[in-house]
Design a protein around this ligand. Structure first.
Ligand SMILES: Cc1cc2nc3c(=O)[nH]c(=O)nc-3n(C[C@H](O)[C@H](O)[C@H](O)COP(=O)(O)OP(=O)(O)OC[C@H]3O[C@@H](n4cnc5c(N)ncnc54)[C@H](O)[C@@H]3O)c2cc1C
Length: 265
């Protein structure tokens, strides 16, 4: 049966031209204010009047991002519309508490006529499991509708819904927190559905301005190593595990590694 929710993620604000025109400038403004005798108003006017070369803006931004001066990237935010994701996903998403705001479709106020559901690929691929999943889903839905007809409030009838039922959210997040969230959720150890959602968030941002899209990577990328216990066997090879890095470092300190000439690397 249909009843399939389709995940959609849209960057709804600001529009791409605003991001491209002002967002690097806002980070530059924040950083430059720290290091300059000029007022923020003067710095911003210089930026708007294009008196600051683009390379200079970029150089300063890269400096503050690389050295962890990350309050400067809290000044820019993005608003995403997210729909067709499971309640299993939304529960994980709203665990993020800092620098992010959510509003979510209410199962108290919405009486669902035709709820939609997310089916995990592992269940989809198993005919027997899929049949059982759909039977359970349909039974819970029938009970939900019977409860509503019996006058039970939607906020109570919803207790029979599975985690698979879909939901919609608006998420407003500043760049610092978006990088943090993507770092956790793009990791291959993150749950598949939320990982999928962050891939769509990255795609949206890449389309708006690749400079910001490229900042959304698994946390091991900026860190330089993986710190996940579940990857000690290094089945994910994006970066070496911390244990390997420290093992090599120990050998290096003991003089057991020879320097490899530049042209042999
Ligand atoms: C792969 C994976 C598996 C997970 N498994 C589980 C699980 O089994 N059970 C479970 O309950 N949760 C689980 N989580 C959720 C996880 O524990 C966090 O609650 C969630 O990722 C939110 O991230 P955060 O703690 O960085 O909070 P955010 O709100 O994103 O905070 C951002 C950063 O701000 C700082 N910060 C935020 N709040 C505080 C505070 N109160 N005090 C001090 N510093 C703060 C921290 O540096 C934090 O990293 C899992 C997450 C992932 C990615």
């Amino acid at each position: 049966m249909a009843k399939r929710g389709v995940m959609e993620v849209s960057l709804i604000f600001p529009p791409a031209d605003i991001i491209c025109k002002y967002y690097q400038g806002l980070i530059y403004l924040a950083a430059r204010t720290c290091y300059s005798e000029k007022t923020p108003q003067q710095i911003w006017d210089e930026f708007l009047d294009e008196k600051v070369p683009a390379e200079r803006v970029l150089k300063l931004i890269e400096h503050v991002v690389d050295s962890g001066h990350h309050s400067t990237i809290e000044h820019i935010s993005f608003v995403f519309a997210i729909s067709g994701v499971s309640r299993a996903l939304s529960h994980q998403l709203v665990r993020h508490r800092i620098g992010v705001a959510f509003d979510q479709q209410s199962q108290r106020y919405v009486k669902y006529k035709e709820p939609l559901y997310v089916t995990p690929p592992s269940i989809e691929a198993n005919a027997e499991a899929l049949e059982e999943f759909e039977r359970f889903r349909d039974t819970s839905e029938q009970v939900y509708h019977r409860f509503l007809e019996a006058g039970i409030p939607a906020e109570d009838a919803r207790f029979v819904f599975p985690n698979a039922v879909t939901t919609n959210l608006i998420m407003t997040v500043n760049l610092r927190q978006l990088i943090h969230m993507a770092g956790l959720r793009l990791c291959i150890l993150a749950q598949w559905e939320i990982r999928q959602m962050f891939k769509l968030i990255r795609k949206e941002l890449m389309q708006a301005d690749p400079y910001f899209g490229k900042l959304l990577v698994p946390k091991c990328v900026p860190l330089g190593y993986c710190n996940e216990k579940r990857n000690e066997d290094e089945h994910c090879k994006i970066r070496p595990h911390r244990n390997s890095v420290f093992r090599v470092w120990e050998l290096y300190k003991q003089g057991k590694l020879r320097e490899v000439p530049e042209n042999e690397v």
